[in-house]
Each structure stands twice: as structure tokens, then as C-alpha cells.
Design a protein around this ligand. Structure first.
Ligand code: PRT
Ligand code: ZN
Length: 210
């Protein structure tokens, strides 16, 4: 039996469940439950916080997971990615207050930047020879400039309205993300076979949607 970890409640949850259902896999879903078993495929679904999914799959507590690439790469396990799923598309961007002068990435030299993505941002800045002071905060990153915590931020953007509403301007795209299917790297032959069946169905669903 394969164990698949998906986000319990959040932006990935509904699309993850829909994808599994469209693969023809039936299960009872009760929102208070932490796991459920499919009735017509050897699959158990675990409902977790998205941040915990990469580690659980890396450790083999779960065989598979569905998570944002941003969370996967920030967790340090990019090699677990099996394939992109095409939903929850977003980008990780640097932003500065609307009135701030900004010409190039050089302007971030020595600047305080608030983010929940210190690894991805740190790599991006290092590759470009920029040394900034990263302040890791876990939420409400967009308010950091207005409360004097930082001169710039790096956060997830989709429509851009949150940045706009906080008087911020997007200046660099650091990383592009979508939901991805991830798998433990030491699956047994039986589980690999089941994973292939599941991927085959997921690809058929995506072709049919186009
Ligand atoms: O509780 P749990 O830890 O499981 O969930 P979470 O709150 O950490 O994550 P959640 O549900 O907010 O997001 C899950 C995943 O969805 C993220 O890791 C991204 O891969 C993806 N995703 C897609 C987004 C967005 N779009 C998004 N817009 N994640 C967050 N946002 C936030 C962003 O942080 C910012 O505050 O929405 C705001 C910006 O949106 P716009 O449209 O105003 O630009
Ligand atoms: Zn999270």
C-alpha cells in the first residue's frame, strides 16, 4: 500500500484531492481525519501541514507527497521531485516599498530582507554576489517594511494584490513554483510499480483537462 501525504487544509488541498479523485481513486474524506484509505486502489492518504511533507517523504514515513516546489526546495530535498502537476502556480519574488529607488539587484547589498525562504533567497543572492541580511519570519512578511523590520521582502506572489495592498513593488523573480508530486527515493519494487500506475493516471487526467 502506498502512503501519499497531502496538505490538510490550505491552497493545495482541494486541487490535490480533485486530482486523486479524477484518477478514479475513491475514498471517504472527513475534514477532521488525519488519514484515509482508498477503496479501489492500494493508497492511504495522510493529511499534513505542507511544511512537514518533504521531510516525511525523505524519511519514508510517507512514500509520496504533493507539495509546492517552493516548500520542497526550501526544505532542501529538491531531488524528491517526480513531476510537476500544473496547479498552485506562483512565484517567489523580491519586493521593496513603492517609493524606494531600485535599479538592480546590487541595490540589495547590505540591506535587511524579511523572508520565510532563507535558503532559496540566500542561494539566489550568493549566485549574484549580493550580501544582504536575511531575517527569517514565518508569516505576515509583507508588513515587515512598514513596521521597520526590513527594507525589502521576499515572499510568494500570485496575483500581486497583497504586495500592492502593502505599498510594495515587485522587483525580482527569485523562483517559479507549482505543485509537484514527490516520492521517497528507496521505494520497493512493488511501490515503484504502484507509483507508475498512479503517474500514468495523473498524466491522463492532465491531458484530458487540456
Ligand atoms: O497550514 P499549512 O502550513 O499547510 O499551509 P501554508 O499556510 O503554509 O500554505 P498555503 O496553503 O498558504 O500555501 C500552500 C502553497 O500554495 C504554497 O507553498 C505555494 O506553493 C502555493 N501558493 C500559490 C501560494 C500562493 N499561490 C499565494 N498566493 N502560497 C501563498 N500565497 C500567499 C502569499 O504568501 C501572500 O501572502 O498569498 C499572498 C499573495 O497572494 P497574491 O495573490 O495577493 O499575490
Ligand atoms: Zn505551511
Amino acid at each position: 500500500m502506498l502512503r501519499l501525504a497531502i496538505q490538510k487544509s490550505g491552497r493545495l488541498s482541494e486541487d490535490s484531492l480533485n486530482l486523486i479523485r479524477e484518477c478514479g481513486i475513491s475514498f471517504l474524506s472527513a475534514s477532521y481525519k488525519l488519514k484515509t484509505e482508498a477503496t479501489n486502489f492500494p493508497l492511504e492518504i495522510l493529511y499534513l501541514r505542507d511544511d512537514d511533507i518533504p521531510g516525511y517523504v525523505q524519511d519514508g514515513v510517507a512514500d509520496l507527497g504533493i507539495v509546492g516546489q517552493n516548500v520542497l526546495v526550501e526544505a532542501g530535498f529538491p531531488a524528491l521531485e517526480v513531476e510537476g502537476l500544473g496547479f498552485s502556480k506562483c512565484r517567489l519574488s523580491l519586493a521593496v516599498p513603492r517609493a524606494a529607488t531600485y535599479d538592480s539587484i546590487e541595490d540589495l547589498q547590505g540591506v535587511n530582507i524579511a523572508t520565510s525562504y532563507p535558503r532559496i533567497l540566500g542561494d539566489y543572492l550568493t549566485e549574484r554576489g549580493v550580501k544582504a541580511n536575511l531575517h527569517t519570519i514565518s508569516g505576515s512578511v509583507e508588513i515587515a517594511p512598514s513596521i521597520g523590520l526590513a527594507e525589502a521582502i521576499c515572499d510568494i506572489v500570485s496575483s500581486g494584490s497583497t504586495l500592492l495592498g502593502n505599498g510594495l513593488r515587485e522587483v525580482e523573480t527569485v523562483f517559479r513554483s507549482e505543485a509537484v508530486l514527490i516520492a521517497n527515493q528507496n521505494l520497493s519494487a512493488e511501490k515503484k510499480e504502484l507509483l507508475e500506475q498512479l503517474q500514468f493516471r495523473m498524466q491522463a487526467v492532465r491531458r484530458a483537462r487540456r
